[in-house]
Design a protein. Structure first.
Length: 127
């Protein structure tokens, strides 16, 4: 049991965070909730696929996923609880919920591209 929890600790964490996003954005529309959860579901599916194929998940991949989740969690919590007047202080603060998956997805794609470039240059003995 302990080895199973240790093996799937990131997937369990991502599932908990997805449930947190759904809970915090539950008062929003269903489509907005699906939009907010799209990138975390994609990351969870990618990690699950790599575990199924028994390929190792690199530390860079885990760092990119955790950074994406951390940014999404901070913005979602600040908008839900109106921390620092984020929601009531600006008429355009709700745009953050729309742009957040796009920015996190772009960040993950950029980090994966950097990882690929680093491995390519390492393989060519440039680094």
């Amino acid at each position: 049991m302990t080895t199973m929890l240790n093996k799937y600790k990131y997937e369990l964490l991502y599932t908990f965070l997805i449930a947190t996003y759904i809970t915090l954005s539950g008062s929003s529309s269903f489509i907005l909730t699906l939009w907010i959860v799209s990138v975390p579901l994609l990351l969870l599916g990618l990690n699950g696929f790599l575990k199924f194929k028994t390929q190792p998940i690199s530390r860079r991949n885990q760092f990119a996923s955790i950074a994406c989740h951390l940014i999404m969690l901070i913005v979602t919590i600040s908008l839900h609880f109106d921390i620092g007047g984020v929601t009531t202080g600006s008429s355009t603060s709700a745009i953050a919920l729309v742009m957040l998956p796009i920015l996190c997805g772009a960040g993950v794609i950029a980090l994966v591209a950097l990882h690929w470039l680093f491995n390519f240059l390492k393989h060519k003995n440039v680094i």
